[in-house]
Design a protein. Sequence first.
Length: 146
Amino acid sequence: MLTFLKKFERMIVTTLIVMMVVTILLATIELGWLIINDIITPPVILLEIDELLDIFGLFLLVLLGIELVSTLKTYLTENEIHVEVVFAVALIAIGRKVIILDVKEISSLSLLGIAAIIISLSVGYFLVKRTFNRAGSKSHHPEEQS
């Protein structure tokens, strides 16, 4: 039964990776199409602020997809999820949200909430990286533990 569950889990993760690859490919094509359309429509070669925000948001969305594929690939090959990658994906996602956010239409309390999320994720990422760096340096250099 356990081997069946492992095979099933591997099949699901592989399917998710394939679907993410297709999604990233389509998002990249959409990004290219958006850039070309924005460049060739008058005023030619000049991009307006809202167009730039759309492009940057889509860039970060593609980057987010790539990070998710990386996380799934790591899970498939090593059977573990790297917490620092999860924090990085969350930071990219909230960064994307901030970039495409219309600050004029959001309440100040919501902006404070977003700031708290960013600070929390940043502190969490820092602590995870610091913990892994310390643990890694201790395990790789046992002579320095004395």
